[in-house]
Ligand binder design. Structure first.
Ligand code: 13P
Ligand code: SF4
Length: 356
């Protein structure tokens, strides 16, 4: 069957690994952190940790002058620093984005198996065929995609800027092809009224949050504000007081007057939320529970692959370097820079919190 005849759809992601958290006692933790800090100094390395990684990695990033933030700020911080080596504690697309923006730097990751179900749902060849079927559309992809998919796109966006970019394109009369997250795409479409066709990928963590469970929890905590990441289903988004990216949800916990928050995003984010709002009660939005219907239980299994032990191993051996072929990197950087330029021109706040 030719590509043109095929119905192009998202690749189902079935082989989701179990969540395995690193477990360390106090002495091991201190020893590992001390040894890692020493090697980072020797190798002129800086740690960029995502909000969904373990508290240990987030603390180490802060203590060593690195950055704890969302995916975009990790890359921007990496670009601004003079360090020659960037260690990206997160998932593969974050390492690739850092490398695309900083081709001259060495980019290492604690575990190269750390994928993302959105990225996995959108293989570059199928995506290119999907784009070929819609030549009249502007191609906008979420950051959670491979370098090759970004190379095929006109724009890359993160969740903090997806709505303003789609609104801007809609006002210019442009039609959009969106990939890969169908829930975020649906949210952007409804918010902006833009004409969008959507790739049908999803995040295995966020798609498990349940509207019924949140309603029940809200009955016992009527004072709570509901915070939702837009990778969640529309029924969950409909219950939100705030819909936003990881950074925007952290800022909401810090700035809103409510004493209690029901949080529908990866529970790794609680580490930073507790730090910025120590007195507030944070409740995990219910998923399917730890039973048959819950794959992720509010924690990303790929983010959980990052740990202090694997980070030390990487620094000792130099393994797990991220490489992006030059031809792909040179194309992909345009879609990323388009977003960065739009953000500065429109003063869209994208900053996370950093250790500096
Ligand atoms: P951010 O872009 O906010 O870091 O989110 C990335 C992500 O994977 C959310 O699930
Ligand atoms: Fe991907 Fe979801 Fe994990 Fe974020 S939480 S990295 S979107 S699988």
């Amino acid at each position: 069957m030719s590509t043109a005849q095929r119905i192009i759809t998202a690749r189902p992601v079935t082989d989701v690994p179990p969540v395995v958290e690193e477990s360390l006692d106090h002495a091991e933790r201190s020893e590992l952190k001390a040894r890692i800090s020493e090697l980072m100094k020797e190798q002129d390395a800086i740690l960029l940790a995502h909000y969904y990684t373990s508290g240990d990695l987030q603390d180490l990033a802060t203590e060593t002058g690195g950055c704890v933030s969302d995916s975009l700020e990790m890359a921007r911080f990496g670009h601004a620093t003079s360090a020659k080596t960037l260690i990206v504690a997160g998932v593969r697309f974050m390492g690739e984005t850092a490398k695309i923006l900083n081709p001259e730097k060495r980019v290492l990751m604690p575990d190269l198996r750390a994928e993302c179900s959105l990225d996995l749902s959108c293989p570059a060849d199928d995506f290119a065929a999907f784009c070929d079927q819609h030549p009249d559309r502007t191609v906008v992809v979420y950051a959670n995609t491979s370098a090759a998919v970004k190379a095929r796109a006109d724009w890359m966006v993160t969740s903090s800027i997806a709505v303003p970019v789609a609104k801007h394109l809609h006002e210019q009369g442009k039609k959009i092809l969106w990939a890969p997250d169908r829930y975020l795409g649906d949210y952007v479409q409804k918010t902006t009224g833009a004409d969008m066709v959507l790739w049908q990928g999803s995040c295995v963590v966020h798609e498990r949050f349940k509207a019924d469970g949140i309603r029940e929890l809200k009955q016992s905590h009527p004072e709570a504000a509901v915070l939702v990441h837009p990778e969640s289903p529309a029924t969950v988004i409909a219950l939100a007081d705030v819909v936003g990216s990881t950074t925007q949800l952290i800022n909401a916990v810090r700035d809103l007057p409510q004493p209690t928050f029901i949080v529908a995003t990866d529970n790794g984010i609680f580490h930073k939320m507790r730090e910025v709002a120590p007195g507030k009660l944070l409740l995990e939005a219910p998923t399917g529970g730890r039973g048959a219907t819950c794959v992720s239980c509010a924690h990303c299994p790929w983010m959980a692959m990052n740990g202090l032990r694997s980070l030390l191993h990487v620094l000792e051996t130099g393994i797990n370097e991220i490489h992006v072929p030059e031809d792909i990197g040179t194309k992909a950087v345009h879609s990323i820079n388009r977003m960065l330029n739009f953000a500065s021109a429109n003063k869209v706040a994208l900053r996370g919190s950093s250790g500096d």
